[in-house]
Design a protein around this ligand. Structure first.
Ligand SMILES: [Zn+2]
Length: 69
């Protein structure tokens, strides 16, 4: 019984590695990291003002503040 559990964990781990670790694990954790990301300060690439990620407008890889968007 114990061996089956170990094999199952190993199989899950191998599958996880096979997908390059892109499988979303706990939902609570991803939600938390999303909130942190939304409150991260980013620099407006036009006027260099700092705004939070949720207030910024993203175009490509660059962020713009409300005034420059
Ligand atoms: Zn700006």
């Amino acid at each position: 019984m114990f061996l089956k559990i170990v094999l199952l964990i190993a199989l899950v781990y191998i599958l996880y590695r096979a997908f390059g670790g892109k499988i979303e694990l706990p939902k609570a954790k991803s939600k938390e990291s999303k909130e942190i990301d939304q409150n991260t300060l980013v620099e407006c690439c036009k006027c260099s003002v700092y705004i939070t990620r949720k207030e910024a407008t993203k175009r490509g890889d660059k962020f713009y503040c409300e005034d420059c968007a």
